[in-house]
Ligand binder design. Structure first.
Ligand SMILES: [Zn+2]
Length: 409
């Protein structure tokens, strides 16, 4: 009897892994700037094996929706949350919140982000990230693929030698990427803080260990030092001048400007005000940063800087990361297709995962999002996520609840 059960299970497992799953679609934006019409996506063992001309029996009918690669947010602090008193809370060292509560909020942030259509995020970073990442990878929590720095380097981290030691320890502790603050927060004016030598130590050691290095930089001087030090991405960059943008472009460094973060702070001002540098003066700087960011983005596009899509999502933003696409198009003047590419294949390339995620094509992970509407005509369609698949597993399927083919609003 027991042997029969085992045999049945074996047969079932063989059948389950051998059966391809077919998604019927009418419109695919493949993540590389192409539109594919009336195709089926055929998936086996969590990967896309082929894009067919239709005909095969579909397990999911996504006709009428716009199907894209799972979105990628290159800068999201999913662990930062509002606590039960509606105040921002980061958890971790120095926090008064119970660690188990902080951990649960982090898991909730990751879940909300996945449900919002983002199948991969880079978090720069919190100590809890590594555990959440590992539990997601083990299939024990629902969330996006997480790439994390675990912690960050500041001017106060120490001498160049101490910084190199810090980088080596971060890698040994499981960091996937190194994060450094080359300049102050925009709430403190954004001027360069780390010395050029400190920046060289951080990014030089990261490069030696095969890690990427992403740099918080607003002032041009901090960004320039980072580019010349071999750092791989400039984050935020609200104060960058044209010379610096040209340097970023010529070195093939990625640029990660963000809008959602400023809007979110302003919309939730009372939940941040009075904590650390969330002062009235700090909020005035953030208000000013929005038009500055629009201006920098427009110049970055004109200067052919490689753009990725990052939100700098903190408390109040998890699950709303897709708003960044809307700001990009509406306030940054970026064509919708380019914004989508920046949040799919370009972001994947920046994370050195371009051969695995960010594109709908054979051999890529079956990370797929579908929205109700056409984001090329109306970018706000990204708010209407109805289907989310990660590694071939469906995590959200609102369309199915309406018996298959949803109406297009
Ligand atoms: Zn950040």
């Amino acid at each position: 009897m027991r042997r029969n059960v085992k045999l049945c299970l074996l047969l079932w497992a063989t059948w389950a892994t051998a059966q391809p799953l077919v998604l019927k679609t009418s419109t695919i934006l493949d993540g590389k700037g192409h539109v594919l019409k009336e195709r089926n996506i055929v998936i086996e063992n969590g990967r896309i094996v082929r894009i067919s001309e239709a005909g095969e029996k579909a397990g999911y009918d996504l006709s009428g929706l716009t199907v894209m690669p799972g979105w990628i947010d290159t800068h999201a602090h999913f662990a930062v949350h509002f606590d039960s008193n509606h105040r921002v809370e980061e958890g971790g060292v120095g926090s008064k919140e119970a660690p188990e509560l902080s951990a649960l909020y982090a898991a909730a942030g990751a879940y909300a982000t996945l449900m919002g259509g983002f199948t991969t995020i880079q978090s720069p970073g919190a100590e809890v990230d590594g555990t959440v990442r590992d539990l997601i990878n083990a299939g024990q929590l629902a969330g996006p693929n997480i790439i994390t720095s675990l912690r960050a380097i500041y001017v106060s981290t120490g001498t160049p030698e101490q910084i190199r030691t810090f980088v080596r320890k971060a890698k040994a502790d499981g960091a996937d990427v190194i994060k450094l603050f080359a300049t102050a927060s925009i709430r403190d004016g954004g001027a360069q803080t780390m010395s050029d030598e400190q920046i060289r130590a951080a990014c030089g050691e990261a490069t030696a260990l095969g890690l990427r290095s992403v740099v918080h930089a607003h002032a041009s001087s901090g960004a320039r030092a980072a580019v010349l030090a071999g750092c791989t991405s400039i984050e935020h960059g609200a104060l960058l001048d044209d010379e610096t943008l040209k340097l970023i472009a010529s070195h093939g460094v990625y640029f990660d400007p963000n809008f959602l973060v400023w809007h979110n702070y302003l919309e939730n001002k009372e939940k941040f005000l009075g904590i650390g540098n969330y002062t009235e003066e700090g909020f005035a700087y953030m208000q000013k940063a929005i038009p500055q960011m629009s201006d920098v983005l427009k110049r970055a596009i004109a200067l052919h800087v490689k753009l990725v899509l990052g939100t700098d999502a903190v408390a109040g933003s998890h699950g709303r990361n897709a708003e960044e696409f809307i700001y990009r198009v509406r306030d940054g003047g970026q064509p919708a297709m380019d914004a989508i590419v920046s949040g799919t294949s370009a972001a994947a390339e920046a994370l050195r995962l371009g051969d695995r995620i960010g594109t709908i094509a054979p051999q890529m992970a079956a990370d797929i999002v579908a929205v109700d509407g056409d984001p090329l005509k109306d970018i706000t369609a990204v708010r209407r996520v109805v289907f989310v698949m990660k590694n071939g597993r469906v995590f959200r399927n609102d369309a199915r609840m309406n018996s298959g083919i949803p109406s297009v609003r």
